[in-house]
Structure formats: C-alpha cells, structure tokens
Design a protein around this ligand. Structure first.
Ligand SMILES: [Zn+2]
Length: 271
C-alpha cells in the first residue's frame, strides 16, 4: 500500500531527525523504572552523560517541568518519582521520600505518623529499607566521579539562610531571591558555580543532625551532588539554574562559553 509505506517512511525520517537533533526523550536501552522499597521512579534519558538528575517530591511541579524541559535539550539520565503527593506510603505509613536515605532519618520518618510501633516491627522495616536503599542508590548515583542533580521547589518560609549553619562556604548574591539557591557537596563544583550569578553554598561535611535526605547520602558515599532549589512557580528561573549548572560543570572539552550567558535576572515567572 503506497500510502502506508510513505506514512512509515515519514515516521522513520521523523524519528531519525529527532534522534539526530538530540530531542529523543527515551533511550531504547534504559529500563523504564526503578524502585526504592515500593516507591517507583520513572527513568528518562538521552545520550551518554555522567550527569544524573532526580525529582523526588511529587508536589513540586515546577521542578518536574524544568527537569522535563532540561532533558529534552541535554544528555543525562533522570529519575522522576511516580507520585502526585509529597508524602508516599512506605511500610504502611506516610513518609517524606527525602527523609529515608539513612537509617536514622528513616526511623524518625516512620515514627512521625505512627508512634505506636512495636520495636521488632520497626527494626524489620528499617532492615528492609537499609537493603532497598543500597540497591536503589547503586542505580541512582552516577559512577566514576559523575554528578547527581536534584531539583526542588520551596514554599513560604524555607530559604538559603536555613542551610547556612550546615554549610562551610557561601556565595550569596544580593540581587537574587534567597529562596532560589544551589547546594553543592564538592568544593571544586562550588568554586565553578560561586562565580556565576546565583546563590551557592557548600555543604561538604556531615551534619550531626543529618535528616536522612539524599544530599547527605551522596556526601557519605563520596558522590558529587547538587541541589537546585527554586520558588514554586518560577519555572524560567529553575530552567536557567539547571542550564547554568549543566554548562559550568560539564566535562572540559565541551563548550563552556554559553554558561556566561545565564543572567539569573528576574524572569516572567511565576506562571
Ligand atoms: Zn523538595
């Protein structure tokens, strides 16, 4: 059937063009999801890169949109939580998924909404989470000195000043909103980012009050980690920050010049 043939041909030409232009959303070899306990993450990616990305709070939609956009333009592997809510069910109780990346954090997360645990049941749940966490981190964390970038949004109240007591170096820009900032765990990354237009802090020492969030797990395992925090609704700001981090920290040999184009100024957000 000539008509069908040309339809198929058109489609393969389209696929080829999308792939060549780097706009292909899913690599054929990637599994489609990854689990931490019963929490599912969708995996998206294009091309080869040692940059991994994670979106972990289901209610932070601006961060999800920014990361979806970013993955259409840059290589890397991204993990999107499959949840519409901030909290998810683990061992039958609601927990913040970004508070279970250490046994200590998981213990307080599991107790938060269920105070009457029997000791043996709590221990069994924590043992299971310890095992699941290791398997999950094995896939989530990049190898060979790669970088893990988490995207978050904040609501009223939380800003960079809350993180300063746990940080060793800070580069705060008076023209930037304190609710938009970058946390990194590697001093060399910090140096490259601090000279840019955005607020940047370095947290490269384990805190005594470590809360079980992913940043501390990455630090413990010696993996370079970046957290990009932006006000909820400020999509173009978060896209700019992602672009800035990607271009500043991309391995040398690739074009770094466009990183200086990032103004970091006020955009048209929020939408
Ligand atoms: Zn978050």
């Amino acid at each position: 059937m000539p008509r069908k043939k040309s339809f198929l041909l058109n489609n393969s030409v389209k696929t080829f063009l999308l792939f060549t232009l780097g706009f292909f959303p899913l690599s054929a070899n990637l599994p489609s999801s990854l689990f931490f306990s019963n929490i599912e993450f969708r995996i998206a990616g294009n091309g080869e890169s040692d940059h991994h990305y994670v979106w972990i709070h289901g209610d932070e939609k601006t961060a999800e949109m920014a990361l979806n956009y970013h993955m259409k333009h840059y290589p890397g592997k991204a993990f999107f939580i499959k949840s519409e809510e901030r909290e998810v069910f683990v061992s039958g109780v609601m927990v913040d998924p970004n508070r279970i990346f250490s046994r200590k954090g998981a213990a307080s997360a599991l107790r938060k909404f269920k105070t009457d645990w029997e000791t043996s049941a709590l221990t069994a749940s924590l043992d299971r989470l310890d095992e699941d966490r290791e398997k999950f981190l094995e896939k989530l964390l990049p190898k060979n000195g790669g970088l893990l970038i988490a995207v978050h949004n904040n609501f009223r109240g939380y800003n960079v000043s809350k993180e300063i007591p746990n940080s060793r170096l800070q580069s705060i820009k008076p023209q930037q909103n304190p609710r938009d900032f970058i946390i990194c765990t590697d001093q060399s990354d910090y140096s490259k980012l601090a000279s840019g237009p955005f607020n940047v802090i370095l947290q490269d020492e384990m805190a005594d009050d470590e809360d079980g969030s992913l940043s501390w797990a990455a630090l413990r395992k010696g993996v370079r980690y970046i957290n990009i925090e932006t006000r909820l609704g400020w999509l173009s700001q978060q896209k700019k920050m992602l672009k800035f981090v990607e271009e500043r920290l991309r391995k040398s040999g690739l074009n770094q010049e466009s990183a200086t184009d990032v103004s970091g100024g006020a955009g048209l957000d929020p939408q």
